[in-house]
Write a protein that binds this ligand. Structure first.
Ligand code: ADP
Ligand code: MG
Length: 151
């Protein structure tokens, strides 16, 4: 993968079924973006999308990573895991569709709103996945006006 040399890059590990640490990576991302002085509404959108992708790695995958990329005009988050992949992406994007386990549901996850919310909150969404493969979700957020948003 192109390593995006013009971006600042931060990497976070996300472990499978690690319910007690769920949200740590996205909280760290949120804190870092807040420190940059980005618009609070933008930070909130990014925080929600990264939280949902983090939870999906925890409850649906074998484990993976979130990587935060920061450039002058955009923020990008790439959520990547090592499988088992999404059988039917179109179905997975539907509101309320979930294959979450009982264990995940006991922790309050599995409302089937993660991917629809990710789509709603990012400016550009790319999902690469197929059955038996790793899943890579690339979320891009535009920084509209540097003068206004980075103080
Ligand atoms: N990283 C992933 N790996 C495998 N399957 C996934 C992944 N992310 C999402 N899915 C599939 O897409 C479905 C919908 O995801 P989502 O909208 O976040 O709802 P939920 O996580 O509540 O099930 C999941 O139930 C699962 O079947
Ligand atoms: Mg989810």
């Amino acid at each position: 993968m192109n390593d995006y040399p013009d971006f600042l890059k931060y990497h976070y590990e996300v472990e499978r079924y690690d319910f007690t640490r769920a949200g740590e990576a996205s909280s760290a991302i949120k804190a870092r973006l807040k420190k940059l002085g980005l618009d609070t509404h933008l930070v909130r959108r990014i925080a929600i999308a990264s939280y949902e992708s983090e939870i999906n790695i925890i409850i649906h995958s074998y484990g993976g990573t979130l990587t935060l990329y920061i450039s002058a005009d955009k923020i990008m988050i790439i959520a990547k895991d090592s499988g088992p992949g999404i059988d039917d992406i179109e179905m997975a994007m539907k509101e309320g569709y979930t294959t979450a386990s009982d264990a995940a549901r006991e922790y309050g996850f599995g409302a089937g709103m993660g991917l629809p919310n990710i789509k709603r909150y990012c400016d550009q969404l790319e999902i690469e996945s197929s059955k038996g493969q790793s899943t890579t979700i690339t979320m891009t957020f535009a920084i509209k006006d540097m003068e206004d948003e980075i103080k």
